[in-house]
Design a protein around this ligand. Structure first.
Ligand code: NAD
Length: 421
């Protein structure tokens, strides 16, 4: 891959495009299909007026990018963050297309975002902003068109407001328009833990490949939010030794394993992991470089870069977050023979359970949690095998293999459907 500046390295769109180009070239992808798939199909920018509690009027900028609808309705989360950019949303939308194709579920890819710090808005301001954002996008959304879900800064409540707003416009309740809803309004059992569970299933598959045991596997996790804390809890319960947790405001290390149940209690009580008595305090950035078998970045983008990749000691990296490793870091890690389970496979448990939620809403019949978990495991194990098989047969790393597998599936669909003129 070509040399790029640090700024380019950290631009998620550039990161996505670099991997796409490399995989497409390896696949000998037809030039026309290359042009279609490299860029999103549709990008919508909306300006959202909100009457604030103090009587002033604020206008927020929001995005919805639909990268592809070739394999089914566009699918992807909505992110509320002061730093979100159109380039980031574009990259995340493309990743959703590849992620849904890797796990072979019938969705395309989309992503949305609003430039806002949700912590600075009251509940009523958040509700007004969410409803107006949904209304601005109304003709583009729908169970057969585009199905949003939560992402950073949004949650089950946000999805309940989106579902209600869409339903009011349609004059009927349409639960399948979003996923990640509360269970009593059409959410799925097992959805909340699904991304963390998927991370564990992928780690289990890697252990099987390397003939390692859970008990002798030390794990360090960055991010103790939805993905990180659920992965930590399930993996600790399953016998893995979670030796380190890194958060924004501090890190924890205990070489004998951190008691995750106690840490969850501490976090819920104190709103931070800092000060937990069952582990030593550690620098969160240093934790990425500490001794362990598995490193799970489950916080945010660009945390493993050309600046720190050489110092990583983990044998396996399982990417719970989207885009945690830059393309330049990939090359360094490949030289070190680190086995990377790429984001579009590692964190696909969430969208797979979202698919189950959408199916259940459309069926009007809700599954037991054991059925959700069993189907999730089946789909993810198959996807892991497909990616590793592609990597072995094409002599490429797992990330490029996952892109190649996904691109070939989407390209095949487009070829079969043809181009409507
Ligand atoms: P979250 O907001 O619940 O948790 C993220 C956690 O990471 C927070 O506790 C935050 O304090 C911490 N964090 C943020 N930046 C950090 C940093 N630089 N260093 C250390 N800690 C940091 O979000 P989430 O839903 O768990 O999502 C995390 C990542 O996983 C994102 O990249 C998201 O796109 C991806 N993802 C989430 C899901 C899902 O189902 N929630 C599915 C697929 C991918």
């Amino acid at each position: 891959m070509k040399t790029v500046s640090l700024e380019q390295e950290l631009n998620p769109w550039e990161a996505q495009a670099a991997r796409f180009d490399f995989a497409a070239q390896k696949l000998n992808l037809d030039e026309g299909l290359w042009k279609i798939l490299r860029y999103p199909q549709r990008e919508i920018i909306v300006h959202i007026p909100v009457a604030m509690d103090n009587g002033t009027l604020e206008v927020f900028t929001g995005f919805r990018v639909q990268h592809s609808i070739a394999r089914g309705p566009a699918k992807g989360g909505v992110r509320y963050s002061p730093d979100v950019t159109l380039d980031e949303v574009r990259a995340l939308a493309s990743w959703m297309t590849w992620k849904c194709a890797v796990v072979n579920i019938p969705f395309g890819g989309a992503k949305g975002g609003i430039i806002v710090d949700p912590k600075k808005l009251s509940l009523s301001e958040l509700e007004k902003m969410t409803r107006r954002y949904t209304a601005e996008l109304i003709e583009f959304l729908g169970p057969e068109k585009d199905v949003p879900a939560p992402d950073m800064g949004t949650n089950e409540q946000t999805m309940a407001w989106m579902m209600d707003t869409y339903s009011m416009h349609m004059r009927q309740t349409v639960t399948a328009v979003v996923t990640g809803k509360p269970i009593n309004i059409g959410g799925s059992r097992g959805r909340r833990e699904a991304t963390g569970r998927g991370v564990m299933i992928n780690c289990d598959e890697a252990l099987r490949k390397f003939e390692m045991s859970r008990e002798s596997t030390r794990v360090i996790i960055q991010g103790f939010g939805n993905v990180g804390s659920n992965a930590a809890k399930l993996m600790a319960d399953g016998g893995y030794k979670i030796v380190g947790i890194a958060e924004y405001d501090g890190g924890l290390f205990n070489k004998n394993g951190i008691n995750i149940d106690n840490l969850l209690e501490h976090r819920d009580r104190n709103k931070t992991i800092v000060g937990f008595p069952g582990a030593d305090a550690a620098d969160p950035r240093e934790l990425l470089l500490a001794d362990c078998e598995i490193l799970i970045p489950a916080a945010t983008e660009n945390v493993i870069t050309s600046q720190n990749a050489a110092g990583i000691k983990a044998r396996i990296i399982c990417e719970g977050a989207n885009g945690p490793t830059t393309a330049a870091a990939d090359e360094i890690l490949a030289d070190k023979k680190v086995f990377i389970i790429p984001d579009i496979l590692a964190n696909a448990g969430g969208v797979t359970a979202s698919y189950f939620e959408w199916v259940q809403d459309r069926q009007g019949y809700f599954w037991k949690e054991s059925a959700v978990n069993e189907q999730l495991e089946f789909i993810l194990r198959e996807a892991f095998e497909d990616v590793v098989h592609f990597s072995d047969t094409h002599g490429v790393n797992n990330r490029i293999a996952a892109y190649m597998l996904a691109i070939s599936r989407v390209a095949h669909t487009i070829k079969l459907r043809g181009i409507y003129a």
